[in-house]
Write a protein that binds this ligand. Structure first.
Ligand SMILES: Nc1nc2c(ncn2[C@@H]2O[C@H](COP(=O)(O)OP(=O)(O)OP(=O)(O)O)[C@@H](O)[C@H]2O)c(=O)[nH]1
Ligand SMILES: [Mg+2]
Length: 471
């Protein structure tokens, strides 16, 4: 279970709070440190907040207060506060426990993390807790569950599942949401989504050919991004669209380190004729904060020096000594478009080091003039309405907002940020997933073409110059 405040859980919180709210992540222990000063620096004077604890046995619980945290000096009065549980031992078991003695609603103190109730009915931490094996131990000895909140038959054990160590703690600000569920006008206009549109898009991609003047058989698209962002799933999704059924030719899934360890230059074939389409998707190992590809590595990838099935070694830099190193790659071997794959549901908690890495890579791409597209994946986890009906994607203000944020992070125009939903749990193809995938692919191939046109201009300008010199 992902340690994040999912859209469905936010909906439950909206019910408890009575109306649509906007939740903004202020503090996250695994990101900011499990430290009282870090918590107060980020959360003081931010208005109402919800604190969520993810414990080591997949129980998720916490507390809401309508007061601002202030680094005060003790108990504060809040008749609106409540404790809640969302999951117990991984099972969805929502319960809300209202405050009964409001003068003890929260314990607001500069040396304490978010703490609820008299006798610390629901404590988190005091001062600083170091991470041990990826977990944070409660270091607050007093824990008198039920002192100032209704228990409704619950006990501290039924809340925490008997485990007092935490995988993470998050604090979100809670604001009244004035955002409408759906925009009146789409933020990006497309043709009406129907089977005819699907047929046209599919045919266009099947007929796609890179510029013949350049002697390039297949456009090459490089997929780069954080571990688990959905790079390999994007290949599987496109492969499924053209095969005509769901395929998982490439291994995808969730793991701490990248599941993809081998560089693959995937072909996509028409499901009936078996004919390869005129582009390849180059799938790479996922980026991590402290390991993975460096600047040399990315240059070798961009320039076409690395062979298919090259084994990435996260702890050793790539050098020209590796087996199969292509010393003099042709233009046809090089990358013609880079696709940064970003998990739309975790944009706000993307590690700074991963962002830095991607920005560093962009310098080398810009030097070569290679176009960059962002694939914003998992939008089904970003917006409930879009998850229910993917054709609503361009009417969703939440998806639009995420696109805007990513455009700012990577300094790319908004038109280059393409939201998608990969096939993941489905067993049958879905028309809307197919259409959005093809729309996206078409944009990617257009960008590859732009690059090739520029290259052709460059060659022709060069020839012209030579002629001028001779004359
Ligand atoms: N809900 C949802 N899940 C997705 C989507 N795309 C990928 N996933 C899931 O995210 C997980 C990671 O996907 P992968 O395709 O393996 O990600 P990757 O970027 O190749 O990861 P590494 O190879 O490990 O770097 C898998 O469990 C996928 O099923 C999506 O659009 N929506
Ligand atoms: Mg992968």
């Amino acid at each position: 279970m992902a340690d994040t405040f999912k859209t469905s859980d936010q909906k439950q919180m909206n019910k408890w709070l009575g109306g649509n709210k906007r939740y903004t992540l202020l503090f996250k222990a695994t990101r900011d440190g499990c430290d009282a000063t870090a918590f107060h620096t980020r959360c003081n004077n931010k208005g109402p907040t919800v604190t969520i604890i993810y414990n080591t046995s997949n129980s998720v619980y916490g507390g809401y207060t309508s007061l601002s945290w202030t680094s005060g000096n003790g108990y504060r009065v809040d008749g609106n506060s409540f404790l809640f549980r969302l999951y117990q031992n991984g099972n969805y078991k929502p319960v809300k426990l209202p405050v009964t003695i409001s003068r003890y609603s929260i314990y607001d103190h500069s040396t304490y993390g978010p703490t609820f109730g008299g006798g610390h009915s629901l404590p988190t931490f005091q001062n600083t807790v170091a991470s041990s094996g990826g977990y944070f131990q409660f270091n607050n000895p007093s824990f008198s569950f039920g002192h100032s909140y209704a228990t409704n038959g619950e006990t501290s054990d039924s809340f925490t599942n008997g485990h007092k160590s935490m995988k993470d703690i998050e604090v979100y600000s809670v604001e009244v949401s004035d955002a409408k569920a759906e925009l009146e006008e789409p933020w990006r206009k497309t043709h009406q989504w129907n089977s005819e549109f699907f047929g046209t898009l599919k045919e266009k991609v099947e007929r796609y050919k890179p510029l013949k003047e350049l002697n390039v058989q297949q456009a090459r698209v490089l997929l780069v991004g954080q571990v688990g962002a959905g790079k390999t799933s994007f290949f599987n999704t496109i492969n499924s669209v053209f095969r005509g059924y769901i395929t998982r030719q490439a291994c995808s899934g969730n793991a701490e380190h990248s599941l993809t360890t081998v560089y693959r230059k995937y072909q996509i074939r028409n499901g009936v004729s078996g004919k390869a389409l005129n582009f390849r998707l180059h799938d790479t190992r996922g980026l991590e904060a402290d390991q993975g590809m460096d600047a040399h590595g990315i240059c070798y990838l961009l320039d076409g020096n690395l062979p298919d099935r090259f084994q990435f070694n996260p702890s050793a830099p790539v050098t020209p000594d590796i087996t199969g190193f292509v010393a003099t790659p042709q233009f046809a071997d090089k990358i013609h478009c880079v696709v940064f794959v970003i998990d739309g549901s975790t944009v706000d908690v993307m590690p700074a080091k991963v962002i830095e890495k991607m920005k560093g890579f962009q310098i080398h791409m810009n030097q070569r003039g290679i176009p960059q597209i962002v694939l914003l994946t998992k939008i089904d986890k970003v917006c409930e309405a879009t998850s229910e009906d993917l054709s609503q994607v361009f009417l969703s203000p939440v998806v639009q907002g995420t696109v805007d944020r990513v455009s700012q992070i990577l300094g790319l125009p908004r038109s280059n940020i393409l939201p998608i939903k990969n096939y993941e749990s489905e067993i049958e193809l879905q028309d809307n997933v197919n259409i959005l995938t093809l729309l996206t692919l078409q944009q990617i191939l257009n960008s590859a073409d732009d690059y090739m046109f520029n290259y052709l201009d460059q060659i022709e300008d060069g020839k012209l110059q030579q002629l001028n010199i001779r004359e």
